[in-house]
Design a protein around this ligand. Structure first.
Ligand code: B1M
Length: 233
């Protein structure tokens, strides 16, 4: 591209800037993503809107071309890094909360699975809603979940899986809690693109969460129910 054609992000109107973000995410341009996020924030966009309309939508498009064999792992990794750069700017804004802590959440991606963008988003939104979040990262065997649940005296277990081959591992974790007699101590929430309601119920989770907003709503509702139950016991 010649200098003349260079796009000045700050000169684009909002709608074009958001489309440009999708292109830049697709191309894995993390500096441009950071710049666009900052421009939208300066234009008084809500952090949640920057996240969903700019970043999550951009990653959805990447996902389609990855599925269709147009993009490959190295390119998707660059896109994921650019996404993380943008999320890093939004994180403190999304977790800013003076609210008293609603409860403790242990969250992690299951064994065999290294996808963490969605899980990170859920963790951020949970923190923003007033939960204390312990993020175990990726590729977690059952022992890691159990150790963290006990160590932090957690209320909620959140598990993420993005692969059809790793989602059955969620059942391994839940079954282990049942065997240990501690399943009822926790609210178990599951999520990730290949899951659905039926799968969540089938493996014995308390709820399947379609996205981060639903995860926050569900966690808030179930923890209020848990507290009410304890208060009336
Ligand atoms: Co992967 N990958 N990937 N990948 N990757 C998918 C998942 C895939 C659907 C792409 C495709 O073919 N269309 C496909 C899975 C197919 C299947 O299983 N049926 C796939 C594949 C095949 C693979 C590899 C096997 C590719 C290979 O090596 N040949 C490999 C697997 C590695 C492994 O895990 N062992 C692989 C690798 C990678 C990268 C490393 C390149 C990169 C991950 C980088 C990272 O995460 N740090 C990557 C990416 C980026 C994707 C796609 C393109 C995007 C995922 C994403 O970040 N989405 C993805 C395609 C897709 O999902 N459409 C794909 C954005 C994110 C905001 O959404 O994660 O769905 P999501 O999270 C949402 C909800 O699902 C929900 O809330 C989130 C926020 O709203 N949610 C929860 C998620 N977790 C939750 C937990 C909760 C609650 C809600 O707990 C309470």
């Amino acid at each position: 591209m010649s200098d003349e054609d260079e796009i000045i992000l700050s000169e684009l109107p909002d709608d074009e800037l958001v489309l440009q973000m999708h292109d830049d995410l697709y191309d894995g341009l993390k500096e441009e993503i950071a710049e666009a996020v900052n421009i939208l924030l300066e234009r008084k966009w809500e952090p949640y809107d920057v996240l969903t309309k700019g970043l999550v939508e951009g990653m959805r498009i990447v996902g389609i071309d990855f599925r269709d064999g147009i993009l490959f792992v190295p390119e998707v990794l660059l896109a994921a890094n650019a996404m993380k750069q943008g999320m890093g700017i939004l994180r403190p804004l999304l977790i800013e909360t003076g609210a008293p802590k609603l409860g403790k959440v242990v969250i992690g991606t299951v064994k065999g699975d290294i996808h963490d963008i969605g899980k990170n988003l859920v963790g951020m939104m949970m923190e923003g809603a007033g939960f204390e979040v312990f993020d175990l990262g990726i590729n977690n065997p059952v022992e890691d979940y159990i150790e963290a649940l006990e160590k932090h005296d957690a209320d909620i277990l959140g598990m993420s899986a993005l692969l059809t081959t790793t989602m059955p591992y969620m059942k391994v974790v839940i079954d282990t809690l049942v065997e240990k007699g501690t399943r009822e101590n926790y609210i178990v929430l599951v999520g990730g693109a290949p899951l659905n309601e039926e799968f969540g119920m089938g493996i014995g989770a308390d709820a399947y969460c379609r996205d981060a907003a639903v995860a926050v709503e569900t966690a808030t509702e179930l923890i209020a129910r848990k507290h009410n139950k304890l208060a009336s016991a």
